[in-house]
Structure formats: C-alpha cells, structure tokens
Ligand binder design. Structure first.
Ligand SMILES: O=P(O)(O)OC[C@H]1O[C@](O)(CO)[C@@H](O)[C@@H]1O
Length: 540
C-alpha cells in the first residue's frame, strides 16, 4: 500500500482515540500494557500510555515497510552512501562494531583503521590517567579541557556527566561557546601547568572552536612559555592537515572520517575525553552497549524492534495526531544533558523540509525536542504538560537501581514521582472527580463550583517510559544508539536525509559577513533596518 494510503488509514484510525480517552482503553483491556510494551535485555519500553492500539501499530509497521526502513537500514550498515547530499556513507555503527566482520567503504575494509585509532586513544588515555604522559616537568595532568561545539562537545560532555560513578581519571571540563565567559570562567579555576587541552573539531574550521583554541593556546604560552604548548595540546579531527597547521604534535592527533556525522561521533575519537575520564575498559563497554542495540535494530522483527517502535510512535504523534514537540524527561540527574544532546541528534537530523529528491516532504517532520531531568521539571514546566492547551508527548527514562546504595530511599521517591507523572498525564481528572474531591474535604458548594474547573486535568496526554536496570556504560551506549536509530527510522519514513545539516550554514555565512561590521570596519548600509539598528545599539 502506498504511504499516502496508509497515512489515510492511520488518520481514520486515530479517531477512536479522539472519541475514547486512554483511561477507557486501559479499563477495557487488562492486557494493554503487555500488548503495548517491548523489551530488549533489561531495557523495556512502555508505550501503552500512548494513544495507540495494536491495529494502529500494525498499520504503522506497514508504513515502515512501505517506506523501506529495512532496506535503508541495511544500506546504512553496509556502508552505502546514503548521505546523498554529501555523497558519504553513514557508519557510526562501524565505530562500535564488535564483530570480526569487515565493513567496506568504496571496497576498503575500514575496521583496521577504526581499531588502530581506538588503540591509540587507549594508549593516550592510559598514559594521561597513569601520569606516564605528563607535563614538561613530569607532573601528571590533573585537568583536561575539551574545546569543541555541537557534536564535538555535547556527546563527550553529556556522557562524562552520565558516567560520573565510573569517573576515576583527571577532572574534565568542556568549553564550547564562543562567548569569552565560557573559556574565561573555565580556565580561571585551573592551573595551566597541569592542564591538558584537547581541541575537538571534525572540520577544524568551526569558528567558535578555533577562537577558543587560540585563547587556550595563548593561556598556555603566556604562562608556561611557547615551548610548553606541545606538551599541553592534543587534537581530534578528520582534517589532519589543518591540525598540523595549528601546531599540535602529530602523535597527539586522533583522527576520524567523513562518514561519521558530528552528532553521531561520540563513538569515534571524539569520545577521547570520556575515555580519559572513565578508562578504556568502561569506554569499550559503552561501545558494546551501542553495538548490542545495533544488532537488535538490524535483526529484531519490526513489531518488536525498540528503535522502530519508538520511531513509529514518533511519526504517529507528529503526523497523525499533530503534536509538534516531544519532551525528554530523564529521571536521572546524571542524564541532565541528555535533552540537549538529543536536541542536536534529533533536530539537526530531522529538522528538514525537502525529501532526498529535493521535493517538499508534504508531511510534518522532526518535532521540537526539549526537556529537563525529573523531578526538577515537575516544579517548573510540568504545569503546562498537565493543564496547558498544547499536548506534548513525554518520554520518561528511569533506572531500576541508582548508584547510591546508601540512598535507596531517594531512588524510591524518584521512581514514585516518575510513575506518578505518566499516570497523571494519562488519567487526568474529570470535573466530577474534582468536585467529589473538594466535597470530601468539606468545602462549601459555591466554593466547589468556583474551584473545581481549576482542578480538572484533561488527561489523555501520551507518554513513553523507558526503563533499564542501571545507568552503566553499557546501558548508556545502548540508550544513545536507541535514539540514533529512532531518528533514522523517522527520517526514512519522511524520506529526508537525516545526515546533512545545510540549515546551519546561512547563519554562519551571515555571521562572517557581519563580523567586520561589528568591529566597525565595514559599512552596514546594505543590511535591513533591524540589523542596522541592532548593530548601532550594540556598538556603544
Ligand atoms: O566538529 P566541528 O567540525 O567543529 O563541527 C561542530 C558542529 O557544527 C555543526 O557542523 C553544525 O554547525 C555540527 O553538525 C557539528 O557537530
């Protein structure tokens, strides 16, 4: 059946959820959870609190089949150049390939190069961690500053925080913003003599990273002397020629390849800061977790395949039910940067308006992705999630166990809060229930009438809950890979290229043209009146 026909069927099917609230679906079907949840190892995804049923799910699976999700998936894993607008393969999965199988790009097996870089990273990380690689005086590095932005920052920054219980290497710091405040505040806390700077940039041209790297270089040279620079810098890039021009010792340069997208690069040398923090063994566990999800994605039937199911529910929410956002709500303080990480992964991948052919997509594509960890968000924006006029599907993430064995009562409260939120969103509270509650408290009837509408919760607000055992390196790798493949599935259904990012270019070009105007060295009179007015206001 053609995609448009399945979409029509799905749209017709959605009416059963407009007519009957989720609470009725739960009341009628005691097996709803077991029918609408799926498991892989200790990871379980409950989507029974979404406005979907088995019939709808079967239609969605048909949609995935019709859109060619499996063909496209296999093409990605096998190194075909599916990033057609950049003429590149998409092989972040090869970076975590734990099998002996070769992976071919243009007929060449890329696995030996991947393993060679991983070995070099391990040697370097071990050396920094043990103190064998030290400053000119032989003192170990106590602090490492990673300078990068986007995929060269969010992945290592998010994962370093997530794996704090495994962090036994030097302290890690991340500088990304070109705002001088970021690097100034970071370096102010540090001793240059025992600080290693890693410059991470796929292209080694990104203006923010290059500006911060030059500032860090001056900081080292001015405090320790020019000859110290060689001891205090390392780099990660695909542009090895540009790194050499910057003056970083070639033995401290860790490469990767154009078939690794920035937002998919945490598995490459971009993960070096994480490896320095947690050690090569834990990093390898992290890769193994992602590989485990890769195998599941490649092999599990579509109706049991977690990333496929997540992607299908995403399309259902976005295109059939018309919800334009999704909230990422990890009930795990150490995943507090996950929403920011997923913003890049999802919105840079699927924030597109044309298909691979260049024609308009004709459907809504990637939703607005945002979020904060629970329980903090509960005391901030959950009011809107529960009673606002916009429905925002939520994605809760929770581990069965925390790492703080002596603080089990905290974890129990975390779990109770997480489950309470999805229950409240689904169930809501009717006007009659609100009135009954107020009346049970002994309130006068006039006050009940006045107050009850404020205590009504519409309910029927969909959510997915992802449960895993504990946030280990393996579980983290698996979780990120789950989201990567979910974004892939959605992108295939929309027919877009999830692996380019032309949308970030225009702003970069205009910033380059504006810089001389900001400096007062060029005439802004060809700019629109707003830009001219803002330039004048900022020139004080
Ligand atoms: O690693 P680089 O080349 O400095 O790029 C950083 C980021 O900039 C982007 O190209 C967007 O501007 C991202 O895709 C990328 O992760």
């Amino acid at each position: 059946m053609a995609t448009s026909d399945i979409v029509k069927k799905l749209t017709a099917h959605a009416s059963s959820f407009k007519e009957r609230p989720l609470r009725a679906h739960f009341a009628e079907d005691g097996k709803r959870f077991s029918k609408l949840s799926a498991r892989h190892g200790d990871m379980m995804i409950d989507f029974s609190k979404c406005q979907i049923d088995e019939t709808g799910l079967n239609l969605l699976v048909e949609l995935a089949q019709g859109a060619g999700v499996t063909t496209r998936r296999d093409a990605m894993f096998s190194g075909e150049k599916i990033n057609e607008t950049e003429n590149r393969a998409v092989l972040h999965t090869a970076l975590r390939n734990q099998s002996e199988e070769p992976v071919l790009v243009d007929g060449k097996d890329i696995m030996p190069d991947i393993r060679a870089v991983l070995d070099a990273m391990s040697d370097f990380a071990d050396g920094i961690r043990s103190g064998d690689i030290a400053n000119a005086e032989g003192h170990p590095f106590t602090d490492v500053v990673n300078i990068g932005i986007g995929g060269s920052d969010l992945g290592p920054a998010m994962t370093t925080l997530a794996l704090a219980p495994y962090h036994d290497g030097p302290a890690l710091h991340y500088v990304s913003n070109v705002d001088g405040a970021h690097i100034a505040d970071t370096l102010a806390e540090l001793d240059p003599a025992t600080t290693l700077i890693i410059v991470a940039s796929k292209t080694f041209t990104t203006i923010e990273t290059m500006t911060n790297a030059q500032t860090a270089r001056r900081w080292i040279a001015e405090t320790l002397g020019e000859e110290a620079v060689i001891h205090h810098f390392a780099a990660i890039s695909t542009a090895l020629d540009k790194v050499a021009t910057f003056g970083i010792d070639e033995n401290r340069v860790f490469g990767f390849w154009d078939w690794v997208g920035g937002r998919y690069s945490i598995w490459s040398a971009i993960g070096l800061p994480l490896m320095i923090a947690v050690g090569a063994d834990a990093f390898n566990e992290f890769l193994a977790g992602a590989y485990d999800m890769d195998r599941h994605f490649a092999e599990a039937p579509l109706n049991e395949n977690l990333p496929v199911l997540m992607g299908l529910i995403g399309v259902w929410n976005r295109d059939i039910l018309g919800y334009s956002a999704r909230a990422i709500l990890p009930y795990d303080q150490r995943l507090s940067r996950l929403p920011a990480y997923l913003q890049q992964l999802d919105m840079e991948s699927n924030g597109k308006q044309v298909k691979l052919s260049g024609e308009p997509v004709g459907m809504d594509t990637g939703p607005l992705v945002w979020g904060e960890p629970g329980t903090n968000g509960q005391h901030a924006f959950y009011q809107l999630l529960h009673q606002g006029t916009t429905v925002i599907p939520c994605e809760f993430i929770i581990a069965a166990k925390g790492h703080e064995e002596d603080l089990g009562h905290h974890h129990e409260m975390l779990v109770a809060n997480c489950l309470a939120q999805s229950e409240a969103l689904m169930l809501g509270r009717t006007l009659d229930e609100a009135k009954a509650l107020l009346s049970a408290s002994g309130m006068a009837s006039a006050d009940i009438e006045r107050l009850a509408p404020h205590k009504v919760f519409p309910g029927d607000r969909p959510s997915i809950t992802i449960v895993h055992d504990q946030l280990t390196p393996f579980a983290l790798g698996r979780l990120i890979a789950l989201y990567e493949h979910r974004v892939f599935v959605e992108g295939v259904i929309w027919g877009i290229n999830s692996f380019d990012q032309w949308g970030v270019e225009l702003g970069k070009e205009l910033a380059t043209a504006l810089l001389p105007m900001v400096k007062g060295e060029a005439d802004p009179s060809n700019k629109d009146s707003s830009t001219q007015g803002l330039l004048a206001a900022l020139s004080a």
